[in-house]
Design a protein. Sequence first.
Length: 537
Amino acid sequence: MALIFDRGGSIVSGGFVQFLFTDHTLDTGRRELRRGDTAIPVQPLVFDLLTYLLQNHERVVSKDDLLRAVWGGRIVAESTLGTHINAARKAIGDSGEQQRLIRTISRKGLRFVGEVRSRQENDEPTQHGGSQSQLSRPALPPTDRPGIAVLPFDNMSGDAEQEYFSDGISEDLIAALSKLRWFFVIARNSSFSYKGKPVHLKQISEDLGVGYVVEGSVRKAGERVRITAQLNDVTTGSHIWAQRYDRKLADVFAVQDEIVDAIVAAIEPQLYVAENFRTRRKPPQSLDAWGLVMRAMSHFWCMTKDDNLAAQQLAEQAIAVDPNYAQALAILGVSHIFGVQMGWEAAATGTPIAGRAALAAVRADGEDPWAHFALAMVYSYTASLEDTLAEYETTLRLNPHFPLAQASYALVLAWGGRGRESAAAANRAIQLSPRDPFSAIYYAVAGYAAYVQRDYGEAIRLLRESIRQRNDFVAAYRVITAAAGMASDTDLASSMLKEFQRLHPNVSLAWIQSWLPVRDPGEREHFLEGLRRAGLE
Protein backbone atom coordinates (compact mmCIF):
# COMPACT_ATOMS: atom_id res chain seq x y z
CA MET A 1 0.00 0.00 0.00
CA ALA A 2 1.32 3.44 -0.89
CA LEU A 3 1.86 6.04 1.80
CA ILE A 4 -0.48 8.81 0.61
CA PHE A 5 -1.38 11.38 3.25
CA ASP A 6 -4.19 13.78 4.01
CA ARG A 7 -3.49 17.32 5.20
CA GLY A 8 -3.17 16.18 8.76
CA GLY A 9 -0.62 13.55 7.91
CA SER A 10 -2.94 10.56 8.14
CA ILE A 11 -2.76 7.78 5.57
CA VAL A 12 -5.81 7.91 3.30
CA SER A 13 -4.84 6.27 0.01
CA GLY A 14 -6.41 3.11 -1.28
CA GLY A 15 -4.08 2.87 -4.27
CA PHE A 16 -0.89 3.95 -5.94
CA VAL A 17 -0.20 7.28 -7.64
CA GLN A 18 2.39 8.55 -10.10
CA PHE A 19 3.44 12.21 -9.72
CA LEU A 20 4.99 13.78 -12.84
CA PHE A 21 7.01 17.02 -12.67
CA THR A 22 9.76 18.52 -14.86
CA ASP A 23 11.33 15.37 -16.35
CA HIS A 24 10.79 13.30 -13.20
CA THR A 25 8.28 10.62 -12.19
CA LEU A 26 7.69 9.62 -8.58
CA ASP A 27 5.84 6.29 -8.45
CA THR A 28 4.36 5.50 -5.02
CA GLY A 29 3.52 1.92 -6.01
CA ARG A 30 7.05 1.02 -7.02
CA ARG A 31 8.49 3.45 -4.44
CA GLU A 32 10.69 4.69 -7.24
CA LEU A 33 11.90 8.11 -8.38
CA ARG A 34 13.04 8.41 -12.00
CA ARG A 35 14.52 11.13 -14.18
CA GLY A 36 13.47 10.03 -17.64
CA ASP A 37 14.34 6.34 -17.74
CA THR A 38 17.03 6.60 -15.04
CA ALA A 39 16.19 5.44 -11.52
CA ILE A 40 17.38 7.82 -8.78
CA PRO A 41 18.23 6.14 -5.45
CA VAL A 42 16.62 7.86 -2.46
CA GLN A 43 16.35 6.90 1.20
CA PRO A 44 12.87 5.77 2.36
CA LEU A 45 12.22 8.85 4.53
CA VAL A 46 13.36 11.17 1.73
CA PHE A 47 10.98 9.38 -0.65
CA ASP A 48 8.08 9.86 1.82
CA LEU A 49 8.98 13.53 2.31
CA LEU A 50 8.88 14.08 -1.46
CA THR A 51 5.56 12.21 -1.71
CA TYR A 52 4.02 14.42 0.96
CA LEU A 53 5.27 17.65 -0.63
CA LEU A 54 4.03 16.59 -4.07
CA GLN A 55 0.61 15.58 -2.83
CA ASN A 56 0.26 18.88 -0.98
CA HIS A 57 1.88 21.07 -3.63
CA GLU A 58 -1.03 23.52 -3.59
CA ARG A 59 -0.21 24.69 -0.05
CA VAL A 60 2.61 25.40 2.38
CA VAL A 61 3.34 22.47 4.70
CA SER A 62 4.72 23.22 8.13
CA LYS A 63 7.48 21.48 10.04
CA ASP A 64 4.82 19.90 12.28
CA ASP A 65 3.02 18.58 9.18
CA LEU A 66 6.21 16.89 8.01
CA LEU A 67 7.01 15.43 11.41
CA ARG A 68 3.48 14.05 11.74
CA ALA A 69 3.29 12.62 8.22
CA VAL A 70 6.84 11.40 7.59
CA TRP A 71 8.22 10.72 11.09
CA GLY A 72 4.97 9.57 12.68
CA GLY A 73 4.86 12.47 15.15
CA ARG A 74 8.33 11.82 16.55
CA ILE A 75 10.47 14.80 17.47
CA VAL A 76 13.63 14.93 15.37
CA ALA A 77 16.48 17.41 15.40
CA GLU A 78 16.41 20.43 13.10
CA SER A 79 19.62 19.14 11.52
CA THR A 80 17.93 15.83 10.71
CA LEU A 81 14.98 17.56 9.08
CA GLY A 82 17.31 19.86 7.14
CA THR A 83 19.42 16.93 5.96
CA HIS A 84 16.36 15.14 4.57
CA ILE A 85 15.05 18.29 2.86
CA ASN A 86 18.47 18.86 1.25
CA ALA A 87 18.53 15.22 0.10
CA ALA A 88 15.05 15.61 -1.42
CA ARG A 89 16.16 18.72 -3.30
CA LYS A 90 19.33 17.03 -4.55
CA ALA A 91 17.38 13.98 -5.78
CA ILE A 92 15.25 16.15 -8.09
CA GLY A 93 18.03 18.47 -9.27
CA ASP A 94 17.20 21.34 -6.92
CA SER A 95 19.23 23.02 -4.17
CA GLY A 96 18.78 25.26 -1.16
CA GLU A 97 20.23 28.16 -3.12
CA GLN A 98 18.06 27.76 -6.23
CA GLN A 99 14.80 26.48 -4.67
CA ARG A 100 13.29 26.02 -8.14
CA LEU A 101 11.02 23.18 -6.98
CA ILE A 102 11.07 23.00 -3.17
CA ARG A 103 10.83 26.50 -1.73
CA THR A 104 11.32 27.49 1.90
CA ILE A 105 8.66 29.96 3.06
CA SER A 106 10.10 31.99 5.93
CA ARG A 107 8.61 31.04 9.33
CA LYS A 108 5.90 29.02 7.56
CA GLY A 109 7.38 25.85 6.12
CA LEU A 110 7.92 24.38 2.66
CA ARG A 111 6.03 24.23 -0.59
CA PHE A 112 6.59 22.29 -3.80
CA VAL A 113 6.28 25.07 -6.40
CA GLY A 114 6.91 23.12 -9.60
CA GLU A 115 4.09 22.08 -11.94
CA VAL A 116 2.76 18.67 -10.86
CA ARG A 117 0.57 16.16 -12.70
CA SER A 118 -0.67 12.91 -11.21
CA ARG A 119 -2.38 9.74 -12.32
CA GLN A 120 -3.86 6.78 -10.47
CA GLU A 121 -2.70 3.17 -10.75
CA ASN A 122 -5.65 2.25 -12.99
CA ASP A 123 -4.64 4.84 -15.62
CA GLU A 124 -2.45 3.82 -18.56
CA PRO A 125 0.88 2.86 -17.00
CA THR A 126 4.21 4.29 -18.15
CA GLN A 127 6.41 1.65 -19.82
CA HIS A 128 10.13 1.39 -19.05
CA GLY A 129 12.70 -0.96 -20.45
CA GLY A 130 10.46 -2.61 -23.04
CA SER A 131 6.91 -3.87 -22.73
CA GLN A 132 6.01 -5.31 -19.38
CA SER A 133 2.90 -6.15 -17.43
CA GLN A 134 1.93 -4.71 -14.08
CA LEU A 135 2.11 -7.75 -11.85
CA SER A 136 0.95 -7.99 -8.28
CA ARG A 137 3.01 -9.73 -5.65
CA PRO A 138 2.02 -13.36 -5.08
CA ALA A 139 -0.17 -14.16 -2.10
CA LEU A 140 1.85 -15.23 0.92
CA PRO A 141 1.31 -18.90 1.75
CA PRO A 142 0.58 -19.70 5.41
CA THR A 143 3.42 -21.05 7.53
CA ASP A 144 3.26 -23.89 10.01
CA ARG A 145 5.09 -21.86 12.68
CA PRO A 146 4.39 -18.57 14.45
CA GLY A 147 5.32 -15.70 12.11
CA ILE A 148 7.10 -12.78 13.73
CA ALA A 149 8.47 -9.43 12.51
CA VAL A 150 10.85 -7.18 14.44
CA LEU A 151 10.35 -3.55 13.47
CA PRO A 152 13.25 -1.08 13.61
CA PHE A 153 13.50 0.22 17.16
CA ASP A 154 12.96 3.98 17.48
CA ASN A 155 16.00 6.10 18.21
CA MET A 156 14.94 8.27 21.17
CA SER A 157 18.37 9.81 21.76
CA GLY A 158 17.61 12.99 19.83
CA ASP A 159 20.76 12.45 17.79
CA ALA A 160 20.51 11.18 14.24
CA GLU A 161 24.08 9.89 14.51
CA GLN A 162 22.84 7.31 17.04
CA GLU A 163 20.43 5.78 14.50
CA TYR A 164 22.88 2.95 13.84
CA PHE A 165 22.65 1.92 17.50
CA SER A 166 18.86 1.43 17.58
CA ASP A 167 18.97 -0.25 14.16
CA GLY A 168 21.68 -2.56 15.46
CA ILE A 169 19.53 -3.67 18.40
CA SER A 170 16.74 -4.61 15.96
CA GLU A 171 19.13 -6.42 13.60
CA ASP A 172 20.57 -8.47 16.44
CA LEU A 173 17.10 -9.47 17.65
CA ILE A 174 16.13 -10.59 14.13
CA ALA A 175 19.32 -12.63 13.88
CA ALA A 176 18.80 -14.21 17.30
CA LEU A 177 15.15 -15.12 16.68
CA SER A 178 16.09 -16.51 13.26
CA LYS A 179 18.14 -19.22 14.97
CA LEU A 180 15.06 -20.58 16.74
CA ARG A 181 13.45 -23.28 14.64
CA TRP A 182 10.05 -22.60 16.23
CA PHE A 183 9.53 -19.26 14.47
CA PHE A 184 9.11 -18.02 10.91
CA VAL A 185 11.03 -14.74 11.14
CA ILE A 186 10.62 -11.99 8.56
CA ALA A 187 13.94 -10.83 7.18
CA ARG A 188 15.60 -7.53 8.03
CA ASN A 189 14.96 -5.69 4.76
CA SER A 190 11.20 -6.25 4.84
CA SER A 191 10.89 -5.26 8.50
CA PHE A 192 13.01 -2.15 7.91
CA SER A 193 10.81 -1.04 4.99
CA TYR A 194 8.46 0.38 7.67
CA LYS A 195 11.17 2.43 9.37
CA GLY A 196 9.88 5.84 10.42
CA LYS A 197 6.43 5.31 8.90
CA PRO A 198 3.07 5.58 10.69
CA VAL A 199 1.71 2.22 9.51
CA HIS A 200 -0.87 0.31 11.58
CA LEU A 201 0.30 -3.03 12.95
CA LYS A 202 -2.68 -4.73 11.32
CA GLN A 203 -1.45 -3.55 7.91
CA ILE A 204 2.05 -4.81 8.67
CA SER A 205 0.58 -8.17 9.68
CA GLU A 206 -1.30 -8.43 6.37
CA ASP A 207 1.70 -7.27 4.31
CA LEU A 208 4.14 -9.71 5.87
CA GLY A 209 1.87 -12.61 6.81
CA VAL A 210 2.77 -12.61 10.53
CA GLY A 211 0.81 -12.91 13.74
CA TYR A 212 3.34 -11.22 16.03
CA VAL A 213 5.20 -7.91 15.83
CA VAL A 214 8.02 -6.75 18.09
CA GLU A 215 8.59 -3.01 18.45
CA GLY A 216 10.54 -0.85 20.82
CA SER A 217 12.83 2.10 21.37
CA VAL A 218 16.39 2.84 22.41
CA ARG A 219 17.72 5.85 24.29
CA LYS A 220 21.50 6.02 24.59
CA ALA A 221 22.97 8.65 26.90
CA GLY A 222 26.57 8.65 28.01
CA GLU A 223 27.50 5.19 29.26
CA ARG A 224 23.94 4.05 29.86
CA VAL A 225 21.18 2.79 27.61
CA ARG A 226 17.42 2.40 28.06
CA ILE A 227 15.77 -0.21 25.85
CA THR A 228 12.02 -0.78 25.76
CA ALA A 229 10.52 -3.73 23.90
CA GLN A 230 6.96 -4.86 23.33
CA LEU A 231 5.51 -8.02 21.77
CA ASN A 232 2.12 -7.59 20.06
CA ASP A 233 -0.38 -10.23 18.98
CA VAL A 234 -1.73 -8.46 15.90
CA THR A 235 -4.53 -10.96 15.34
CA THR A 236 -6.17 -9.91 18.63
CA GLY A 237 -4.66 -6.42 18.93
CA SER A 238 -3.32 -7.23 22.40
CA HIS A 239 0.07 -6.63 23.99
CA ILE A 240 1.51 -9.95 25.17
CA TRP A 241 4.60 -8.67 26.88
CA ALA A 242 6.50 -5.43 27.44
CA GLN A 243 9.62 -4.56 29.39
CA ARG A 244 11.99 -1.67 29.98
CA TYR A 245 15.70 -2.16 30.59
CA ASP A 246 18.04 0.46 32.10
CA ARG A 247 21.60 -0.80 31.87
CA LYS A 248 25.20 0.11 31.34
CA LEU A 249 26.22 0.04 27.68
CA ALA A 250 28.55 -2.86 28.41
CA ASP A 251 25.49 -5.00 29.25
CA VAL A 252 23.65 -4.43 25.97
CA PHE A 253 24.26 -7.96 24.68
CA ALA A 254 22.86 -9.49 27.87
CA VAL A 255 19.73 -7.34 27.42
CA GLN A 256 19.31 -8.67 23.88
CA ASP A 257 19.42 -12.23 25.22
CA GLU A 258 16.84 -11.36 27.87
CA ILE A 259 14.49 -9.90 25.25
CA VAL A 260 14.78 -13.00 23.05
CA ASP A 261 14.14 -15.26 26.04
CA ALA A 262 11.07 -13.24 26.98
CA ILE A 263 9.65 -13.42 23.44
CA VAL A 264 10.19 -17.18 23.29
CA ALA A 265 8.59 -17.64 26.70
CA ALA A 266 5.58 -15.53 25.74
CA ILE A 267 4.85 -17.27 22.41
CA GLU A 268 5.95 -20.85 22.98
CA PRO A 269 6.11 -21.43 26.74
CA GLN A 270 5.87 -25.20 26.61
CA LEU A 271 8.82 -25.44 24.21
CA TYR A 272 10.77 -22.91 26.21
CA VAL A 273 10.24 -24.82 29.45
CA ALA A 274 11.08 -28.11 27.77
CA GLU A 275 14.33 -27.02 26.18
CA ASN A 276 15.25 -23.71 27.89
CA PHE A 277 16.98 -22.66 24.67
CA ARG A 278 19.14 -19.55 24.67
CA THR A 279 20.45 -18.26 21.38
CA ARG A 280 23.88 -17.12 22.43
CA ARG A 281 26.61 -16.12 20.04
CA LYS A 282 30.12 -14.86 20.50
CA PRO A 283 29.81 -11.13 21.24
CA PRO A 284 32.60 -8.78 20.20
CA GLN A 285 35.18 -7.78 22.76
CA SER A 286 34.33 -4.11 22.27
CA LEU A 287 31.04 -2.26 21.90
CA ASP A 288 32.90 0.10 19.54
CA ALA A 289 33.50 -2.81 17.16
CA TRP A 290 29.81 -3.73 17.31
CA GLY A 291 28.82 -0.15 16.49
CA LEU A 292 31.15 -0.05 13.50
CA VAL A 293 29.68 -3.31 12.17
CA MET A 294 26.13 -2.01 12.57
CA ARG A 295 27.12 1.05 10.52
CA ALA A 296 28.74 -1.24 7.94
CA MET A 297 25.55 -3.32 7.70
CA SER A 298 23.41 -0.24 7.09
CA HIS A 299 25.64 0.68 4.15
CA PHE A 300 25.85 -2.88 2.80
CA TRP A 301 22.06 -3.19 2.52
CA CYS A 302 21.97 -0.11 0.28
CA MET A 303 23.83 -2.17 -2.35
CA THR A 304 25.40 0.70 -4.25
CA LYS A 305 29.05 1.00 -5.21
CA ASP A 306 29.76 3.85 -2.77
CA ASP A 307 27.87 2.19 0.08
CA ASN A 308 29.63 -1.11 -0.54
CA LEU A 309 32.98 0.66 -0.28
CA ALA A 310 31.85 2.39 2.94
CA ALA A 311 30.82 -1.01 4.38
CA GLN A 312 34.29 -2.38 3.63
CA GLN A 313 36.00 0.56 5.31
CA LEU A 314 33.83 0.32 8.44
CA ALA A 315 34.34 -3.45 8.67
CA GLU A 316 38.11 -2.92 8.46
CA GLN A 317 37.90 -0.39 11.31
CA ALA A 318 35.94 -2.91 13.40
CA ILE A 319 38.54 -5.61 12.72
CA ALA A 320 41.28 -3.20 13.81
CA VAL A 321 39.45 -2.84 17.15
CA ASP A 322 38.65 -6.57 17.50
CA PRO A 323 40.62 -8.82 15.08
CA ASN A 324 38.53 -11.89 16.00
CA TYR A 325 35.08 -10.37 15.51
CA ALA A 326 33.49 -12.90 13.14
CA GLN A 327 30.69 -10.69 11.85
CA ALA A 328 33.10 -7.88 10.96
CA LEU A 329 35.29 -10.32 9.04
CA ALA A 330 32.23 -11.80 7.33
CA ILE A 331 30.86 -8.43 6.21
CA LEU A 332 34.27 -7.55 4.82
CA GLY A 333 34.30 -10.80 2.83
CA VAL A 334 30.72 -10.53 1.58
CA SER A 335 31.11 -6.90 0.52
CA HIS A 336 34.26 -7.67 -1.50
CA ILE A 337 32.77 -10.66 -3.33
CA PHE A 338 29.57 -8.67 -3.94
CA GLY A 339 31.74 -5.94 -5.46
CA VAL A 340 33.27 -8.54 -7.76
CA GLN A 341 29.81 -9.84 -8.76
CA MET A 342 28.59 -6.34 -9.60
CA GLY A 343 31.74 -5.42 -11.53
CA TRP A 344 32.82 -2.80 -9.00
CA GLU A 345 36.04 -4.67 -8.15
CA ALA A 346 38.44 -6.74 -10.19
CA ALA A 347 38.10 -10.45 -9.39
CA ALA A 348 41.88 -10.79 -9.16
CA THR A 349 42.02 -8.41 -6.18
CA GLY A 350 38.57 -8.69 -4.56
CA THR A 351 38.25 -12.49 -4.43
CA PRO A 352 41.49 -13.18 -2.45
CA ILE A 353 40.59 -10.48 0.09
CA ALA A 354 37.10 -11.97 0.45
CA GLY A 355 38.53 -15.48 0.80
CA ARG A 356 40.96 -14.53 3.59
CA ALA A 357 38.25 -12.62 5.48
CA ALA A 358 35.69 -15.43 5.14
CA LEU A 359 38.08 -18.13 6.37
CA ALA A 360 39.09 -15.93 9.31
CA ALA A 361 35.40 -15.36 10.14
CA VAL A 362 34.67 -19.09 10.22
CA ARG A 363 37.73 -19.71 12.40
CA ALA A 364 36.63 -16.95 14.78
CA ASP A 365 33.03 -18.22 15.12
CA GLY A 366 31.97 -21.40 13.33
CA GLU A 367 28.35 -20.81 14.34
CA ASP A 368 27.99 -17.40 12.67
CA PRO A 369 25.77 -17.69 9.56
CA TRP A 370 27.29 -14.58 7.95
CA ALA A 371 30.75 -16.17 8.22
CA HIS A 372 29.61 -19.26 6.32
CA PHE A 373 27.67 -17.11 3.85
CA ALA A 374 30.85 -15.18 3.04
CA LEU A 375 32.75 -18.43 2.52
CA ALA A 376 29.95 -19.86 0.34
CA MET A 377 30.03 -16.77 -1.87
CA VAL A 378 33.79 -17.11 -2.29
CA TYR A 379 33.46 -20.85 -2.99
CA SER A 380 30.89 -20.17 -5.71
CA TYR A 381 33.77 -18.76 -7.76
CA THR A 382 36.75 -20.76 -6.47
CA ALA A 383 35.61 -24.23 -5.33
CA SER A 384 33.62 -27.20 -6.56
CA LEU A 385 29.84 -27.12 -6.87
CA GLU A 386 29.53 -29.68 -4.06
CA ASP A 387 31.69 -27.66 -1.63
CA THR A 388 29.83 -24.46 -2.52
CA LEU A 389 26.40 -26.01 -1.93
CA ALA A 390 27.57 -27.59 1.33
CA GLU A 391 28.71 -24.20 2.62
CA TYR A 392 25.38 -22.61 1.69
CA GLU A 393 23.55 -25.45 3.42
CA THR A 394 25.60 -24.82 6.57
CA THR A 395 24.65 -21.13 6.37
CA LEU A 396 20.96 -21.95 6.08
CA ARG A 397 21.12 -24.52 8.87
CA LEU A 398 22.47 -21.82 11.16
CA ASN A 399 19.91 -19.25 9.94
CA PRO A 400 17.04 -20.64 7.84
CA HIS A 401 15.53 -17.12 7.64
CA PHE A 402 18.29 -15.54 5.55
CA PRO A 403 16.75 -14.52 2.19
CA LEU A 404 19.95 -13.28 0.53
CA ALA A 405 21.61 -16.61 1.33
CA GLN A 406 18.53 -18.49 0.09
CA ALA A 407 18.61 -16.60 -3.22
CA SER A 408 22.38 -17.10 -3.61
CA TYR A 409 21.94 -20.82 -2.87
CA ALA A 410 19.15 -20.95 -5.47
CA LEU A 411 21.42 -19.35 -8.05
CA VAL A 412 24.20 -21.90 -7.51
CA LEU A 413 21.65 -24.74 -7.74
CA ALA A 414 20.56 -23.33 -11.10
CA TRP A 415 24.19 -23.12 -12.23
CA GLY A 416 24.34 -26.83 -11.57
CA GLY A 417 21.22 -27.52 -13.65
CA ARG A 418 18.99 -28.26 -10.61
CA GLY A 419 16.14 -25.99 -11.67
CA ARG A 420 13.34 -27.39 -9.51
CA GLU A 421 15.39 -27.15 -6.30
CA SER A 422 16.56 -23.70 -7.35
CA ALA A 423 12.97 -22.51 -7.80
CA ALA A 424 12.01 -23.76 -4.33
CA ALA A 425 14.92 -21.89 -2.70
CA ALA A 426 14.20 -18.70 -4.67
CA ASN A 427 10.53 -18.80 -3.71
CA ARG A 428 11.51 -19.23 -0.08
CA ALA A 429 13.65 -16.08 -0.30
CA ILE A 430 10.62 -14.17 -1.63
CA GLN A 431 8.42 -15.58 1.15
CA LEU A 432 10.94 -14.71 3.84
CA SER A 433 11.13 -11.07 2.77
CA PRO A 434 8.02 -10.09 0.80
CA ARG A 435 8.62 -6.33 1.19
CA ASP A 436 12.35 -6.45 0.54
CA PRO A 437 13.70 -3.49 -1.49
CA PHE A 438 16.00 -6.02 -3.14
CA SER A 439 13.44 -8.72 -3.93
CA ALA A 440 14.14 -7.88 -7.60
CA ILE A 441 17.19 -10.09 -7.10
CA TYR A 442 15.05 -12.93 -5.74
CA TYR A 443 12.58 -12.72 -8.64
CA ALA A 444 15.46 -12.70 -11.13
CA VAL A 445 16.89 -15.88 -9.60
CA ALA A 446 13.42 -17.48 -9.66
CA GLY A 447 13.19 -16.49 -13.33
CA TYR A 448 16.52 -18.13 -14.06
CA ALA A 449 15.36 -21.29 -12.26
CA ALA A 450 12.34 -21.38 -14.58
CA TYR A 451 14.67 -20.89 -17.55
CA VAL A 452 16.73 -23.89 -16.46
CA GLN A 453 13.49 -25.90 -16.37
CA ARG A 454 12.72 -24.77 -19.97
CA ASP A 455 9.59 -22.93 -18.78
CA TYR A 456 10.34 -19.77 -20.75
CA GLY A 457 6.90 -18.21 -20.26
CA GLU A 458 7.21 -18.43 -16.48
CA ALA A 459 10.79 -17.18 -16.68
CA ILE A 460 9.64 -14.11 -18.63
CA ARG A 461 6.82 -13.45 -16.15
CA LEU A 462 9.15 -13.56 -13.13
CA LEU A 463 11.83 -11.50 -14.85
CA ARG A 464 9.28 -8.85 -15.80
CA GLU A 465 8.47 -8.59 -12.11
CA SER A 466 12.16 -8.22 -11.30
CA ILE A 467 12.48 -5.42 -13.87
CA ARG A 468 9.26 -3.78 -12.65
CA GLN A 469 10.78 -3.53 -9.19
CA ARG A 470 14.23 -2.40 -10.34
CA ASN A 471 14.54 -1.31 -13.94
CA ASP A 472 18.32 -0.95 -13.77
CA PHE A 473 19.03 -4.56 -12.76
CA VAL A 474 21.26 -5.82 -15.56
CA ALA A 475 21.09 -9.50 -14.55
CA ALA A 476 17.32 -9.57 -15.09
CA TYR A 477 17.71 -8.15 -18.60
CA ARG A 478 20.42 -10.70 -19.35
CA VAL A 479 18.18 -13.66 -18.48
CA ILE A 480 14.93 -12.30 -19.96
CA THR A 481 16.79 -11.70 -23.24
CA ALA A 482 17.84 -15.35 -23.31
CA ALA A 483 14.35 -16.54 -22.33
CA ALA A 484 12.73 -14.46 -25.08
CA GLY A 485 15.25 -15.88 -27.54
CA MET A 486 14.42 -19.46 -26.59
CA ALA A 487 10.68 -18.67 -26.67
CA SER A 488 11.07 -17.30 -30.25
CA ASP A 489 9.47 -14.03 -29.13
CA THR A 490 11.45 -11.87 -31.53
CA ASP A 491 9.87 -8.54 -30.54
CA LEU A 492 10.53 -9.07 -26.84
CA ALA A 493 14.01 -10.46 -27.50
CA SER A 494 14.89 -7.39 -29.56
CA SER A 495 13.61 -4.88 -27.00
CA MET A 496 15.20 -6.67 -24.03
CA LEU A 497 18.52 -7.06 -25.83
CA LYS A 498 18.50 -3.32 -26.50
CA GLU A 499 17.97 -2.61 -22.78
CA PHE A 500 20.60 -5.19 -21.82
CA GLN A 501 23.14 -3.52 -24.10
CA ARG A 502 22.20 -0.08 -22.75
CA LEU A 503 22.96 -1.21 -19.19
CA HIS A 504 26.00 -3.28 -20.20
CA PRO A 505 27.68 -1.42 -23.08
CA ASN A 506 29.93 -3.43 -25.39
CA VAL A 507 28.68 -6.77 -24.04
CA SER A 508 29.30 -9.64 -26.44
CA LEU A 509 28.67 -13.35 -26.64
CA ALA A 510 32.42 -13.93 -26.18
CA TRP A 511 32.40 -11.85 -22.97
CA ILE A 512 29.40 -13.80 -21.61
CA GLN A 513 31.11 -17.08 -22.46
CA SER A 514 34.29 -16.09 -20.58
CA TRP A 515 32.39 -14.72 -17.56
CA LEU A 516 29.50 -17.17 -17.21
CA PRO A 517 29.87 -19.05 -13.88
CA VAL A 518 27.35 -21.79 -14.82
CA ARG A 519 28.91 -25.14 -13.84
CA ASP A 520 26.79 -27.60 -15.85
CA PRO A 521 28.15 -27.75 -19.45
CA GLY A 522 24.68 -28.34 -20.91
CA GLU A 523 23.26 -25.35 -19.04
CA ARG A 524 26.15 -23.14 -20.17
CA GLU A 525 25.34 -23.89 -23.80
CA HIS A 526 21.59 -23.56 -23.12
CA PHE A 527 22.05 -20.02 -21.79
CA LEU A 528 24.43 -19.00 -24.56
CA GLU A 529 22.01 -20.35 -27.15
CA GLY A 530 19.20 -18.19 -25.77
CA LEU A 531 21.34 -15.06 -26.09
CA ARG A 532 22.50 -16.14 -29.54
CA ARG A 533 18.91 -16.56 -30.74
CA ALA A 534 18.04 -13.14 -29.29
CA GLY A 535 20.68 -11.59 -31.54
CA LEU A 536 23.68 -11.10 -29.25
CA GLU A 537 26.88 -11.48 -31.24
